[in-house]
Design a protein around this ligand. Structure first.
Ligand SMILES: C=C1C[C@]23C[C@@]1(O)CC[C@H]2[C@@]12CCC[C@@](C)(C(=O)O1)[C@H]2[C@@H]3C(=O)O
Ligand SMILES: O=C(O)CCC(=O)C(=O)O
Ligand SMILES: [Fe+2]
Length: 345
């Protein structure tokens, strides 16, 4: 069976170049009005009682703990995940090398309006009337074409690091997906059908939040949910990621050395019949330094039809109609966070 790639699903929804081309961050001395946001509502400092759970993947109870975290928070951190610290450092350093290039050089790898990969603003940009203080670089599989445009004589190091990282992240995503679906009592056959389809449809997003002259009035990444099944996030040492918990508000997710943040995305929310919240999150700029993050999205191919998986807990009635990933991406490209309500019965 030929799985259709995720990038095909974005071709039908081209963005206006204004929503692709980032600001020339090097040349700005003051925050332009186009980038001024109303003050972000305050977030609670996380402490042991009020932070996403941390799960040690070598814990014999890891499956149960991961299931509980998905249900209560739609997010958790993992430790002992077997991703070498050196690899995390290497990829972060290559990402830093990329974003440190002069703007005109980065624009050589600009994402095309209907494209999915390359340098540019976040896809959610058109839904907001102000621009985010953010630049991203999206990779799906090989990064060689864009890397060659950026560094004609020195692209191999970048490509090797990104390839190695995606390979290791895929293994971790598969492990996590099996644990999570098992916690929902999904049969092994059904788990394998979903998880192996996902392997063909992944993306790695390098995020940079450049040094900002007025961080309290800017927005790093506006509140959003990820479209993925799950997202595995590595954040550099700079604070900024916050997640929204119903009844509590915005909670800071502080970077802890070597642990990775896992978010439930829209697709897993649907498969779980809304048992797992697709976590709303944002990035604020509070600190006076550049922030980097690496987000690995484990998705499903665009011809995959998503609907709640049996057995259906807790209601035993499916809450969503079946829709292809391609159609869901189309609905989200037009409606953003209202997309899920449009596929709900
Ligand atoms: C697979 C993907 C998820 C993503 C769109 C993309 O094609 C690659 C970029 C991803 C990203 C990263 C920043 C936040 C986000 C909402 C966005 O605008 O681009 C996500 C997209 C998503 O989850 O829908
Ligand atoms: O930078 C971060 O911490 C979050 C990034 C993110 O939410 C994303 O890439 O979807
Ligand atoms: Fe995100």
């Amino acid at each position: 069976m030929i799985m259709s790639t995720l990038s095909e699903a974005y071709q039908d929804h081209p963005l206006h170049p204004h929503h692709v081309i980032p600001l020339d961050f090097d040349s700005v001395r003051a925050l332009p009005d186009t980038h001024v946001w109303p003050p972000a509502s305050h977030a609670l400092e996380s402490d042991d009682r009020l932070s996403i759970p941390t799960v040690d993947l070598t814990d014999p109870d890891a499956g149960k703990l991961v299931g509980q975290a998905c249900e209560a928070w739609g997010a958790f951190q993992v430790t002992n995940h077997a991703i070498p610290l050196d690899l995390l450092r290497e990829v972060e350093s290559e990402a830093r090398r990329l974003f440190s290039l002069p703007t005109e050089q980065k624009l050589k790898a600009l994402r095309s309006p209907g494209g999915a990969t390359g340098y540019g603003l976040a896809r959610i940009s058109p839904f907001f009337n102000k621009y985010m203080w953010h630049e991203g670089f999206t990779i799906m599989g090989s990064s060689i074409d864009h890397a060659r445009d950026l560094w004609p004589n020195d692209y191999q190091r970048f490509c090797d690091a990104m390839e190695d990282y995606q390979k290791r992240m895929k293994e971790l995503a598969i492990t996590l997906m099996h644990l999570i679906l098992k916690s929902l009592d999904i049969s092994e056959e059904e788990r394998t059908r979903v998880v192996s389809a996902g392997g063909a449809s992944t993306a790695l997003q390098l995020n940079s939040y450049p040094f900002c002259p007025d961080p309290n009035r800017a927005m790093g990444l506006a509140p959003h949910t990820d479209t993925s099944l799950l997202t595995i996030l590595h954040q550099s040492t700079v604070n900024g990621l916050q997640i929204f918990k119903d009844g509590v508000g915005w909670v800071l997710v502080s970077p802890t050395n070597g642990s990775l943040v896992v978010n439930v995305g829209d697709l897993l929310h649907v498969l779980s019949n809304a048992q797992f919240p697709n976590v709303l999150h944002r990035v604020v700029l509070k600190e006076n330094q550049q922030r980097l993050s690496l987000a690995y999205f484990y998705c499903l191919p665009s011809d995959f039809h998503i609907s709640p998986l049996a057995p259906l807990n807790p209601t035993r009635m499916p809450l969503f109609r079946s829709v292809s990933v391609r159609d869901y991406i189309g609905i989200k490209a037009k409606n953003l966070e209202k997309a899920l309500s449009l596929i709900r019965f």
